[in-house]
Ligand binder design. Structure first.
Ligand SMILES: C[C@H](O)CC(=O)SCCNC(=O)CCNC(=O)[C@H](O)C(C)(C)COP(=O)(O)OP(=O)(O)OC[C@H]1O[C@@H](n2cnc3c(N)ncnc32)[C@H](O)[C@@H]1OP(=O)(O)O
Length: 722
């Protein structure tokens, strides 16, 4: 690829400018790393070169090591694909160079990008560049010397914070901390950097090798590390890279920077091969793939601007959606049926926005700006010039059909007609109107202004333009849009409908309810299935349960437990009484008074063999809850509800908080192995019934040894309307 190269130019002033070119972020791909080594060595050799400037093309220094190399390591198991950069390039060719090297930083210097810059003898930056070491978000640690040089430049406390949080800082903060030596305008960046390099050569500016410094490490460095170690033990028990990062920093403090660099390289390679890195790197690319939709984003269409939108219904979902839209700078008309409901909706939106200010996620000025974009109405007068309507009323077919008929008459012909339904077939909602190409699902997750996932549900009539427009809106309001097909529950709720049912089945086999939740949280989900039921309220469980029982009667597990809980006056977190006790200011506690209700439900169901609780291991419990979800995911894949398996991974991570370090539901299932999942489900079907019956897709893949994530065969039974 001609655009992947390193430019080399020597000026009359004797400064060689080495420029990394690999759009869009100048990732350090293998050819770039090889070329850098070559060019630095050339600069060192040439007599006409007195000093060197390292920079990136296109206004960005570098987004770091090419992450796809690590993905290749995962596919091949060949760790030798990772080159030795930290010693060969950064120490030998850059830091120990006999000619001074200055990094001219603009836009961003992240990961390996910042590590190259820190190996240089000074750093000059343009304003507002992002500087950071985000490697831990990928399950690895910095591997080009960052764990050693950052503490030596900004101090141990700040370096630990920057690496453990993966948050970048600006050039301005970098200058205050000592990471950046000077800030100059973009126009002057190269000129000043060259002069700086020449001044170092002339000994008029200090020639600093960061790795040799100790002055900023701090006498309390080991205490800082001990405190961080204790903290991550609690907050990140599943993320080995966090402890490893602290250990490697400490190694360098105890044994010197160079020894630290060697230790870092050794640990880096081990971590690249870890399951955590496999999962997180998969998620990195999967997240960027969701908005590539064949037949929509690759046919030359341009998204139309959505400047004014209407939301119908100011309940929990409607007000959350309206909040998300105004925060994305889109004017919103909120329509309700009477002024009492309207005022309530408007107040909720205001409270949503203000709470972001309180939590310092939004400035007061931005909050006022967003709220000024909101207007409440009781009729359709304002709908004449809206670009998009999102209907978010109660789940009643006749009401939604009536609204869509009204909208077709009142809204302009280009207007997108979206529904936030989570259960009703979109074809039925749009049945009574003629412009069905404008009908689309915009399925937000509650709270809609916070949860990052937006399921865009297309029917077989929705136009590519409308899908593209909604993807663009999703991005503007900072959601991750995943395009899915039309079926009961769409992708996320459909895949996860066995979550609560699997837990209920186990409870009725005699397993302790709280043990199930505990094990699932240990696995990495933020809460177990029963606590989640408490959180959503039992009304939702009953309604959703009915929907799925109707759609998938062959594999629904039904028990009287939720009805009994409601009868006993419980409604989960809503009224503070569920499986757990909810008290202000403390964590939910298991409620022993729920046990007799569970016993009663067990008696009615009579599932336990000979009245005795089944004996299952911790691992089996986790699998009995999660494998039925994988099984349903297989059906979702077979029916083509999602375009590719990685879309379902992202949907599971963002919609259900499935742990990203496990790569999402399908990725995790492939790590476990289709064969083991299939054999387990088959065994449980014989013991406990059809809830576990393996799907055809799973059976085929397990028996043929094909990964679940591999693209579907040429002739799937496509039931979902894509
Ligand atoms: C040894 C070292 O210590 C290890 C490392 O350096 S690991 C890498 C550390 N760096 C990172 O984690 C940064 C990762 N990148 C990002 O966070 C963001 O891409 C960014 C902030 C740089 C830019 O964001 P944004 O402008 O929104 O663009 P974004 O869509 O994310 O990326 C643009 C393209 O560049 C690719 N890309 C970005 N960084 C990349 C990287 N480091 N390697 C490979 N590809 C990368 C993306 O995959 C995307 O590709 P696509 O267009 O084909 O989908």
């Amino acid at each position: 690829m001609a655009s992947v190269k390193v430019d080399f130019e020597v000026g009359n002033d004797g400064v060689a400018v080495i420029t990394m070119c690999n759009p869009p972020v100048n990732a350090l791909a293998l050819p770039i790393i090889r070329a850098l080594k070559y060019k630095f060595d050339e600069a060192a050799r040439r007599n006409d070169v007195k000093a060197i400037v390292l920079t990136g093309k296109g206004g960005r220094f570098s987004g770091g090591f090419d992450i796809s190399v690590m993905q290749k390591v995962h596919q091949t198991g060949d760790i030798t694909l990772v080159p030795d950069v930290s010693v060969e390039l950064v120490v030998n060719s850059i830091e120990d160079s006999k000619k001074p090297i200055v990094a001219a930083v603009e836009g961003l210097a992240l990961g390996g990008g910042l590590e190259l810059a820190m190996g240089c003898h000074a750093r000059v930056a343009a304003p507002k560049a992002q500087l950071g070491l985000p490697e831990l978000t990928l399950g690895i640690i910095p591997g080009f010397g960052g764990t050693q040089r950052l503490p030596r430049l900004v101090g141990t406390t700040k370096a630990v914070e920057m690496m453990l949080t993966s948050k970048p800082i600006s050039s301005e903060e970098g200058q205050k901390l000592g990471l950046i030596d000077a800030i100059v305008s973009s126009e002057e960046l190269l000129k000043v950097s060259k002069l700086w390099a020449l001044e170092i050569a002339d000994k008029r500016k200090p020639w600093v090798r960061s790795l040799h410094r100790t002055d900023k490490l701090g006498s309390d460095a080991r205490e800082v590390l001990a405190t961080a170690r204790q903290r991550v033990k609690k907050t990140a028990p599943h993320l080995p890279q966090q402890q490893a990062c602290i250990d490697v920093i400490e190694h360098g403090i105890l044994h010197g920077g160079y020894s630290g660099v060697l230790k870092e390289a050794e640990v880096f390679k081990k971590l690249v091969l870890s399951e955590t890195a496999k999962g997180l790197i998969h998620v990195f690319f999967a997240q960027r793939t969701i908005s590539k939709v064949p037949g929509v984003t690759d046919i030359g269409l341009k998204p139309r601007n959505v400047r004014k939108a209407a939301v119908i219904g100011g309940g929990l979902m409607g007000s959350g959606i309206a909040t998300a839209l105004i925060l994305g700078n889109i004017r919103v008309i909120l329509k309700e049926v009477n002024s009492e409901y309207l005022q309530k909706g408007l107040k909720t939106i205001e409270a949503n926005v203000r709470s972001l200010v309180t939590r310092k996620k939004l400035t007061q000025q931005k909050a006022e700006g967003a709220l000024s974009l909101l207007k409440g109405v009781l009729d359709y007068t304002e709908f004449k010039d809206v670009d998009m309507v999102i209907e978010a009323v109660i789940e009643k077919i006749s009401l939604k059909q009536e609204i869509f008929s009204d909208l077709e008459k009142i809204c302009p012909p280009h207007c997108i007609l979206a529904s936030n339904t989570s259960t009703i077939d979109l074809d039925i909602i749009g049945e009574k109107i003629s412009s069905q190409d404008r009908v689309i699902g915009a399925h937000f997750f509650s709270p809609a202004h916070i949860m990052p996932l937006l399921e865009i549900v297309r029917t077989n009539k929705t136009s590519a333009q409308v899908i593209l427009d909604l993807i663009a809106v999703g991005k503007v309001i900072q959601k991750s849009p995943v395009v899915v097909g039309n079926c009961t529950g769409f992708a996320v709720n459909r895949t996860f409908f066995p979550y609560a049912q699997g837990a209920h089945l186990l409870v009725h086999l005699g397993v302790d309810a709280f043990r199930i939740d505990r094990l699932i949280t240990n696995f990495g989900l933020p809460m177990g299935p029963l606590q989640l039921q408490d959180l959503s309220g039992y009304g939702v469980s009953v309604a959703v349960g009915k929907e799925f029982a109707g759609a998938f009667p062959d594999r629904t597990f039904k028990s009287p437990l939720v009805d009994l809980l409601i009868k006993s006056g419980r409604n989960g977190k809503n009224n503070g009484k569920g499986y757990y006790i909810y008290e202000k200011g403390s964590k939910p506690k298991p409620d022993p008074s729920v046990l007799p209700i569970i016993e009663e439900s067990r008696r009615i169901c009579n599932l336990t063999p000979n009245g005795k609780a089944v004996s299952v291991s911790d691992q089996e419990i986790v699998e009995m809850v999660l494998f039925p979800i994988v099984n349903e995911a297989c059906r979702v894949l077979e029916e083509g509800v999602v375009i590719r398996a990685s879309d379902l991974d992202i949907a599971s991570v963002l919609g259900m908080s499935f742990p990203s370090y496990r790569g999402g539901i399908v990725f995790w299932a492939d790590l476990v192995g289709a064969k083991h999942i299939y054999n387990s489900l088959k065994k449980w079907t014989q013991l406990y019934g059809n809830f576990y019956k393996p799907s055809r897709y799973l059976e085929e893949r397990a028996t043929k040894g094909i990964p679940l994530s591999a693209p579907a065969s040429s002739n799937p039974t496509t039931k979902a309307r894509l």
